[in-house]
Design a protein around this ligand. Structure first.
Ligand code: BGC
Length: 508
């Protein structure tokens, strides 16, 4: 790992979902010590950094994305000594560490919210988004929660509604209040002082809402997309002009960047916006004064990734975000694993892995992807995710991609834990465990290592420009940095002189 401050540009980042990585405490839930134990596996893949999903103190209504103490480690995951040990070991192995800060909202158990909801005139009364009902008692406007229903929840004590873009137990912080911004910047400094190399910033375009609380206009059915919320969710029926992606956010991001620059840190901000994601990407990442990278949803949708679709996505990017720097992912803790979502055969999984490392941008891999894991097929009784419980069975939620990592195909629970895990380990995952694939030259795991090595062998694949992208039927071709030519047959029949699913990467 170099000391280069631009390390993030074209980096490969490995996402860890701590609840499901490795349990060392014997309670069926993964922990920080487990991550530390498994860091050599991650370093061995050839990635540059890890992104660790939230491990902060939380009532776990949204499994850590509802934080009740930004500076505390939830006892489920360990303590600060475990965190320090994790950072030290990661750095020893040459891995950068990005932690997942959820600044847009807190848990309703956060002391800030307890104080804020206590009265209309306390010191933190304005730290969250409070609004009076309409004269008929209904919600202040038509904004919807991603997790279902209105984005407003009535509070009997204040006789007002508060805003929540996600669960009712995730009240939105009021970024129009300078004190809120300062308090969050202090949180950022706290973790930078602790040695992190940067952040994944949850729902970064949701920080600021329209101060006038204007209604979102309806979105005609033909324009609705289901990349940031499932098709059965009426959230997709609105044009989200006012509840997110507000211009006032830019000034906050500049302050945030200034703090990070003091430490040479980097951030990837998650942009959930089906209509304006490219414009927001350009605003947030095209200069050197806001964010470094933006996490985008284009390859996280159900649309199969044909050669033409890759061309279309990059043409849109060139047109609407020419200078923005995206971070691509095929899988994460919120979507159906891509092996299942795109119904991929073993050779197809390999072809997409090679394609991912060749694309211009930074890239994220999600734990278990390197094993070719399919989505776990869970029953309603297995579900833990409130999102899935709300929309079942039309949308089964996010538990199927959050089941435990499998390390040892013969051990109970795949070697994840000695106790019954919080989500089941599917039998179908056991033959794909790390120990079964390690050392096998023909395994998917070995293929991922080889694919990731390409980004080190060819610097043009990390930050070179991308030109000449075209689709000839199923064959995608493009050049990186004028030096490396990529040709990929994204189909299960020979085409363009390539075998089924063959990807060629070589000098121009
Ligand atoms: C995270 C989700 C989380 C939501 C609310 C997201 O985009 O990735 O897992 O539920 O933000 O914090």
């Amino acid at each position: 790992m170099s000391g280069d401050i631009n390390w993030w540009k074209g980096a490969a980042i490995y996402q860890i979902y701590p609840r499901s990585y490795q349990d060392t405490g014997g309670d069926g839930v993964g922990d920080l010590a487990g991550i530390t134990q498994r860091l050599p596996h991650i370093a061995g893949l050839g990635v540059d950094a890890v992104w660790i999903s939230p491990f902060f103190t939380s009532p776990m209504k949204d499994f850590g994305y509802d934080v009740s103490d930004y500076r505390g480690i939830d006892p489920l995951f360990g303590d600060m000594a475990d965190f320090d040990a994790l950072i030290a070991r990661a750095h020893e192995l040459g891995l950068k560490v990005l932690i997942d800060l959820v600044l847009s909202h807190t848990s309703d158990q956060h002391p800030w919210f307890a104080e804020s909801r206590a009265s209309r005139d306390n010191a933190r009364a304005d730290w969250y988004v409070w609004a009076d009902p309409k004269p008929d008692g209904t919600c202040p406007n038509n904004w919807l929660s991603i997790f279902g229903g209105s984005a407003w929840q009535w509070d009997a004590r204040r006789q007002q509604y508060y805003l929540h873009n996600f669960l009712t137990s995730q009240p939105d912080l009021n970024f129009h209040n300078r004190d809120v911004q300062d308090a969050l910047l202090d949180v950022v400094r706290f973790w930078l002082e602790r040695g992190v190399d940067g952040f994944r910033l949850d729902t970064i375009n949701f920080y600021v809402h329209d101060a006038q609380l204007r209604d979102n206009p309806p979105l005609p059915p033909a324009e609705r997309k289901s990349d940031t919320a499932p098709a059965v969710n009426p959230y997709n029926h609105q044009r989200h002009l006012f509840d997110k992606s507000q211009p006032e956010n830019l000034a906050f991001l500049e302050k945030l960047r200034a703090v990070m620059d003091g430490y040479g840190a980097a951030a990837v901000g998650e942009i959930g916006d089906s209509e304006r994601a490219w414009e927001v990407l350009e605003e947030y990442t095209s200069g050197n004064n806001r964010m470094h990278m933006s996490y985008v949803f284009d390859f996280l949708s159900g649309d199969s990734l044909t050669a033409q679709r890759v061309v279309d996505v990059f043409s849109e990017k060139a047109r609407r975000a020419p200078k923005g720097w995206p971070c691509w992912a095929f899988s994460n803790h919120d979507v159906v694993r891509h092996a299942t979502r795109w119904n991929l055969s073993d050779p197809a999984i390999r072809a997409y892995a090679t394609l991912l490392v060749c694309l211009q941008g930074s890239i994220c891999l999600y734990q278990g992807e390197e094993l070719g894991l399919p989505e776990a097929d869970l029953t309603f009784e297995d579900l833990r995710d409130p999102y899935g419980i709300e929309f079942w069975p039309e949308f089964k939620g996010r538990d199927g991609c959050r089941t435990p990592m499998v390390w040892d195909g013969d051990a109970p629970y795949g070697g994840f834990s000695t106790a019954r895990p919080w989500l089941p380990v599917p039998d179908a995952h056991l033959p794909l465990a790390v120990d079964r694939q390690d050392g096998d030259a023909g395994s998917v795991l070995t293929h991922y290592r080889q694919a990731l090595a390409l980004r080190h062998q060819h610097p043009a694949l990390r930050d070179g420009d991308q030109s000449g992208m075209r689709a000839d039927g199923p064959v995608l071709s493009f050049t990186r940095g004028g030096a490396v030519h990529v040709r990929a047959n994204l189909s299960d029949a020979p085409a363009g002189g390539l075998d089924a699913w063959q990807v060629m990467v070589g000098p121009v």
